[in-house]
Structure formats: structure tokens, C-alpha cells
Design a protein around this ligand. Structure first.
Ligand SMILES: Nc1ncnc2c1ncn2[C@@H]1O[C@H](COP(=O)(O)OP(=O)(O)OP(=O)(O)O)[C@@H](O)[C@H]1O
Ligand SMILES: [Mg+2]
Length: 340
């Protein structure tokens, strides 16, 4: 969101070769493989890909929030230079809130049904900002106001079940941003919201970044939102990052057939939250059926026998990589194509 600033790059989070496996029908099965990326201070990385590509699994594994007996992860995750993988659960817990905060895709599961929404936001604020109860409650009402909850003073006294899905999502956003985290992982934070509120939330996140240099991982399947919020983009397909690039370069010159397909299937004209955007023929493979070569090859119009070999990420420029062996032979951007 800060792409015009001169901020020197300063990684908040660095992820190297992250692989996550789940026990599926008694077998350890890789679901996310060889994922590497970094998030700079004050910058936004968008993690984009269709349903089941591994965005939530990647996000949850960063804070080790996946079920321990059914999942295992390898790789390196560093937050502000410190290794998260070797931290104890207790040390990780201490980081949650003002270190790393997360907005979950399923908001209902993280609110306690027995407390009012205002109390729950105030409790988080009290713990992280050291305010007394009354000040914290007032700050909670302000936070509800800032995420567009009407009549926040009255709604703060309501319980989670009295809120609609979209309103609960706003409550979760209010909780996450109240702690002023140094890194925010937001998993489809605005998908359930209408376009006006979505724009309001994106502005709120931008303000926070400008105020305190927060790093942001923004998970979405909506390329319109990506264009609006991201500095850089990692495109996920079947548990891999298949392309990674600064945002303008990805839109102007995609270097992976999957990315090009996504861009081509973006709805034209003003963005509308409920228009389906993916129309690449076929469906992505399930983790038990991942091909041993390029995972996109079965759906790719450029696929040849070369593509049956595993593909590493290839550098195009210093900060643009693609997982396509044929990238130099194929022309993904026919003359005159306008992606945005
Ligand atoms: N607990 C689990 N056990 C086994 N497989 C799982 C588990 N959780 C997720 N998966 C599998 O991991 C893969 C990636 O799922 P993930 O939820 O990360 O996708 P996503 O990109 O977030 O999709 P969406 O856009 O629908 O949210 C899917 O194939 C999913 O079925
Ligand atoms: Mg998800």
C-alpha cells in the first residue's frame, strides 16, 4: 500500500521453504510445498489463488495454529529476524496481538459467545495498551466506529450471535487492528463485505500502515482487491507459489500461464464482489493427486512433455519469479491485451 514511499526495505517476516503436510487417510501428504516469501515493513504482500490452493494453511502455519497431531511443518519462519519455528507455544502466544495479529477467515469461531462484543474488544485493548476498563471500552467503541459498525455505542453491548456475518467480520478486524500489530495476517478479511465497506476497511488498513509501518499479508482470491492493496503478490496454485512479483509488473506482464489465466478471467468494468472471476477450464488437483511435475500442466494450454518434470521457481528479474519452465518460449500477453 506504500508503494510510492522511499522506505528502505526492512523485512518483518521472512519465510523460507515452508512445507506443510496433513495426515490424510493415514498418510502424511504435502498440502503446501516450498513456499518462500518476505514481507517488508509498511508493505503489503497479497497471497492470491483459487479455493483450496493453500492460502489459509500457509497463513495459519506461520503462527503454528494448525492442529498439531494432524499436521506438521518444515522450513524457516523469521519474524523481525527471530526464528519462530523454534519458539515455544508460550513465546508465540506472547507475540500475538501487538507483534503478529491475524484476522481469520471464519470469524465466528474466534469470538466468545458469552461476552459482549464491546467487552471482548476492550479486553484486548486493555491488555495491549494498558488502559483502564472505562478507557478501554471507549477505545473499543471508537474501533467499532472505525470499521463502519453503525451505532457502535449501542452495538458494543450486544453479543456475537446478534451480529450478522459481515458485522462479526468487522468486529474481528477491529480487534486485530486495535493492538496495532507490527505484522497483520488478514485471511479474506473483506470477502463477506459489500464493496463500500470493503473500500472503507482497505483505507483503514492503509492508514495503519502509514501510521506505524505495519507489514500486511493480505489473503484474497479477488484480483481487483490485489490491485488496490498490494505492493507485491504471491500467486498460489495447488500448494505452491507459482509466480511472485511487484504488483504492477504482475498485472502488466504475468509470467506464468496460471496468472495470465486469472487476469484474463477478471470481470471487466467496475469490480463487483460477487462476480465469479475464475474461469480457467478444469479444476485444481487435490493434495493426494498433485502431479509430480508442474501442478498446473493438466490445465495449461502451453503444456508439453517438458512440464512432467518438477519445476523450481525461476528468476525473471531480481524480484520477479515464476514456476514455469517454458516461460521464455511462450508469449502470455498477446498484443493489445489489457488486464486492468
Ligand atoms: N485439517 C486438514 N486436514 C487435511 N487437509 C486439509 C486440512 N485443512 C486444509 N486442508 C487441505 O489443504 C488444502 C489447502 O486448503 P486452504 O484452506 O489453505 O485453501 P485456501 O487457499 O485458503 O482456500 P479458500 O480460498 O477456499 O479459503 C486443501 O486441499 C484443503 O482440503
Ligand atoms: Mg482460505
Amino acid at each position: 500500500m506504500n508503494r510510492h514511499s522511499n522506505q528502505t526495505s526492512n523485512p518483518v517476516l521472512e519465510v523460507d521453504d515452508l512445507t506443510v503436510e496433513f495426515k490424510i487417510r493415514g498418510q502424511w501428504t504435502p498440502v503446501v510445498t516450498d513456499v518462500s516469501f518476505s514481507v517488508q515493513q509498511g508493505q503489503t504482500l497479497a497471497l492470491v489463488g483459487e479455493s483450496g490452493s493453500g492460502k489459509t494453511v500457509t497463513s495459519m502455519s506461520l503462527m503454528r495454529l494448525l492442529p498439531p497431531r494432524q499436521s506438521r511443518a518444515t522450513g524457516r519462519i523469521r519474524f523481525e529476524g527471530q526464528d519462530l519455528v523454534t519458539r515455544s507455544a508460550r513465546e508465540l502466544n506472547a507475540l500475538r496481538g501487538d507483534g503478529i495479529s491475524m484476522i481469520f477467515q471464519e470469524p465466528m469461531t474466534s469470538l466468545n459467545p458469552a461476552f459482549t462484543v464491546g467487552e471482548q474488544i476492550a479486553e484486548v485493548i486493555r491488555r495491549h495498551r494498558g488502559l483502564n476498563r472505562r478507557e478501554a471500552f471507549r477505545a473499543a467503541v471508537d474501533a467499532m466506529d472505525s470499521v463502519g459498525i453503525p451505532q457502535p455505542g449501542r452495538r458494543a453491548l450486544g453479543y456475537p450471535h446478534e451480529f450478522s456475518g459481515g458485522m462479526r467480520q468487522r468486529v474481528m478486524i477491529a480487534i486485530a487492528v486495535s493492538c496495532e500489530p507490527r505484522l497483520l495476517i488478514a485471511d479474506e478479511p473483506t470477502t463477506a463485505l459489500d464493496v463500500t465497506i470493503q473500500a472503507q476497511i482497505l483505507d483503514l488498513l492503509k492508514d495503519l500502515q502509514q501510521a506505524n509501518g505495519m507489514g500486511l499479508i493480505f489473503v484474497t482470491h479477488d484480483l481487483g482487491v490485489v490491485a488496490e492493496v498490494a505492493d507485491s503478490v504471491a500467486v498460489m496454485y495447488a500448494g505452491n507459489i507459482v509466480e511472485q512479483s511487484p504488483v504492477h509488473e504482475l498485472f502488466a506482464k504475468p509470467r506464468h500461464p496460471y496468472t495470465a489465466g486469472l487476469l484474463r478471467s477478471m470481470p471487466a468494468g467496475p469490480r463487483s464482489g460477487d462476480v465469479p472471476i475464475f474461469s480457467i477450464s478444469g479444476a485444481p488437483p487435490r493434495p493426494v493427486d498433485f502431479p509430480s511435475g508442474c501442478r498446473f500442466a493438466p490445465r495449461c494450454t502451453y503444456g508439453t512433455t517438458e512440464c512432467s518434470e518438477p519445476v523450481a521457481l525461476l528468476p525473471i528479474t531480481e524480484d520477479h519469479t515464476t514456476r514455469c519452465t517454458r516461460v521464455r518460449e511462450i508469449d502470455l500477453r498477446p498484443e493489445g491485451t489489457q488486464y486492468v
